[in-house]
Structures are given as C-alpha cells and as structure tokens.
Design a protein around this ligand. Structure first.
Ligand code: HEC
Length: 208
C-alpha cells in the first residue's frame, strides 16, 4: 500500500517540526534577571549591614570582578584580605571609615602603593550604589581584619546621615552681615576707608 503524496508531505512537515521543537527544548534556556535589588531597611543592625554589604559586593557592586579576598602573588587589584587593619593607617588623619568612604567615592584621590588607578566611582553609574548601600559595604570591609562599627546613622565626609547634625558650611561664619555690626555701626560703613585714622578711632576707643 502506498501512502498518498499529500499525506507523505504532511507527515514530513509534522516530523520535521517535531524534531526541531525537540532540539529547541534541549538548548539550555538562560533567563537574564536584572541585578537583585537589596532593600536597605532603616533598622538594619551593624551585623545585618555586614551581610547585606557582602551581598552587594558580590552583586550589583561588582567588586569581585576586580578584587579578591585572600589571594596572594602578583595581583592587578589590591587583595582585600585584612584591609581593615590597613585602612586606619593608609592616610594620616583618616579613620578606617573615612578611608573606606574615600576609596569608594573618590577612588583616584589615593592610589594604593604598587597599583594603578582604575577603580570606578562606586556611587556613580554604571554601578551607582546608594549612600546606604555603601555604608553596608563599609561595614563588611571593616570585618576584613577588624570589627564593624558603622550603622546607617554613621556620617562621613561624603555623606551626612539623615538626622545627623550637618557640619556648618565653612563660609557661613564669614558672612559680612554678621561681622560688621560687631565693629562698626552700619552708618559709618562708607566713611571707614576714607578716614581710618580720624573717624572711627575715637569711636572705637569709646566703645572699648
Ligand atoms: C574595575 C576594577 C575595580 C572594581 C570593580 C572595584 N575596584 Fe576597588 N580598587 C581597584 C583598584 C585598581 C584599586 C587600587 C587603586 C586605588 O587605590 O584606587 C582599588 C582599591 C580599592 C580599595 C583600597 C584597598 C587598600 O588596600 O587600601 C578598596 C577598599 C576597594 N578598592 C574597595 C572596592 C569595593 C568595595 C568595590 C565594589 C563596590 C570595588 N573596590 C570595586 C579596582 C576596582
């Protein structure tokens, strides 16, 4: 018995489609997920921050694309093992927290001896960690040879934690409006440069 031609073609189509469908299923399906967002809750303890900081360094911080922990030999990037014990003495006057903050927000302002510049600014795109995420990263870095002390309320020179008293801007004290009335009544302002000897001196003497 011969199979009619249309049926043979139909069968061929079904078998071919079936074969390719089968092969297609064998190819591993890779699902690309956006980097996991780590929500930083305001009530994280320092210990929580250490855990979160490590996750950030493995994930969206991309730190381990360059850095290692506990690798020796000829390295392109500084190994971070024991970095906390070095951090406090890297730059005179900078605590470990300040040094870590500086190496993350302004990596090129201090170059670890023996290495080349090349670390990205971590709070800017493409990495773009938030100030809170960076505090968690600092907490983890502190555990590498030291003890984590930072909290989410810790301020440093690149970040003022909410609720912390911000350092007074340096030029605020130099405002002329504050200074002048202490020495000269406003009316005498214009006269001062013309007659410094005769005019204001008796007035000043009287005041003192
Ligand atoms: C593209 C590679 C690269 C990436 C990504 C990178 N770094 Fe670096 N990092 C460097 C280089 C290069 C240096 C040394 C030069 C310098 O001091 O800036 C360095 C230096 C450091 C130092 C100073 C180490 C010391 O011994 O004083 C710290 C701390 C640091 N990085 C932390 C981080 C953290 C945390 C991240 C992730 C959030 C990160 N780095 C991501 C390349 C990188």
């Amino acid at each position: 018995m011969t199979i009619p031609l249309p049926a043979r073609i139909g069968l061929l189509v079904v078998l071919t489609t079936g074969f390719y469908t089968y092969v297609g299923q064998l190819v591993p399906q890779k699902e690309v997920q956006p980097p996991q967002e780590t929500a930083i809750r305001a009530d994280l303890t320092t210990a929580d921050m250490v855990t979160v900081g490590r996750q950030i360094m493995e994930g969206k911080g991309l730190c381990f694309t360059c850095h290692t922990i506990g690798k020796s030999g000829v390295l392109r990037f500084p190994d971070l093992d024991g970095v906390a014990s070095r951090a406090a003495t890297r730059e005179p006057g900078l605590s470990d927290v300040e040094y870590f903050a500086k190496s993350i927000y302004a990596p090129d302002s201090f170059i670890v001896p023996g290495f080349n510049p090349g670390m990205p600014v971590i709070n800017k795109p493409p990495i773009g960690l938030t100030d809170q995420e960076i505090l968690c990263v600092i907490a983890y870095l502190q555990t590498l040879g030291g003890t984590a002390t930072v909290t989410l309320q810790t301020s440093h020179r690149y970040y003022t934690a909410p609720g912390a008293i911000p350092p007074a801007p340096p030029d605020e004290k130099a405002e002329p409006g504050e200074k002048l009335p202490l020495t000269l009544p406003p009316a005498q302002k214009g006269e001062t440069p013309k007659a410094p000897a005769a005019g204001p001196t008796p007035g000043k003497k009287g005041e003192v």
